[in-house]
Design a protein around this ligand. Structure first.
Ligand code: FMN
Length: 196
């Protein structure tokens, strides 16, 4: 099988973001042949408007949709703001979710992680994100949940994860995402064979 490409989206636009740090650590935990690229520019998307969609599609929205379409899988890092996902991440999912029923997240293998300063480690934001992804028909890895609570104690000053159990859970989640991608590839391949 050819190399697998995972596109990672961080819901934080903060320079010292723990969620972006989590994605940077994920890059080092995948097997050879699997790459994780962190999308740059969610901040540059305007707030979703149907007037910026369709024939007059905003270039940043086009760029996001093309990046998701060309990735084999998606990894979302979900910070928690006021018991939910950040507006920037929700806005990105709204842009990705059109055209309705025929958008780039349908059946896309997807995994969710999150880090917060609280004891609950983004559980509420992740549950909201799961609901949204369910509505969008993405194929979401269910376990393990990577809930990085009290994040400031789990990374060193260089942004490297120092917490052993977090590293183990994150590695297991990434393995689950890769397995989903491989299964999807096999299904698509056998469908292609059938129709040829
Ligand atoms: C506006 C705002 C709301 C927040 N609400 C929550 C919350 O509901 N639950 C929580 O665990 N942390 C909350 N936090 C703390 C964030 O989890 C914390 O700032 C975290 O580091 C943000 O992610 P980042 O490091 O990737 O930017 C909030 C922070 C901000 C700025």
């Amino acid at each position: 099988m050819s190399d697998l490409k995972i596109l990672a989206l961080s819901g934080s636009n903060r320079r010292g973001s723990f969620n972006t740090a989590l994605l940077n650590n994920a890059k080092t935990l995948v097997s050879p042949g699997v790459s994780i690229d962190i999308y740059q520019g969610l901040n540059d998307l305007p707030f979703y408007s149907e007037e910026l969609d369709g024939v007059k599609l905003h270039p940043e929205a086009r760029r996001l949709r093309e990046a998701i379409a060309s990735a084999d899988g998606i990894l979302l890092a979900v910070p928690e703001y006021n018991f939910s996902l950040t507006a920037m991440l929700k806005n990105s999912l709204d842009w990705a979710s059109r055209p309705s029923g025929n958008h780039v997240l349908v059946a896309k293998p997807t995994a969710i992680v999150g880090a917060s300063s609280s004891l609950l480690g983004t559980i509420r934001a992740q549950l909201h994100t799961r609901e949204i992804l369910h509505a969008l028909q993405a194929d979401v890895v269910s376990r393990p949940e990577v809930l990085v609570a009290q994040a400031s104690h789990k990374f060193n000053d260089a942004g490297q994860l120092t917490d052993e159990s977090t590293i183990i859970f994150l590695t297991q989640l990434l393995d689950g995402l890769v397995k989903k991608i491989q299964t999807r590839r096999k299904i698509l391949y056998s469908l292609e064979l059938e129709s040829s």
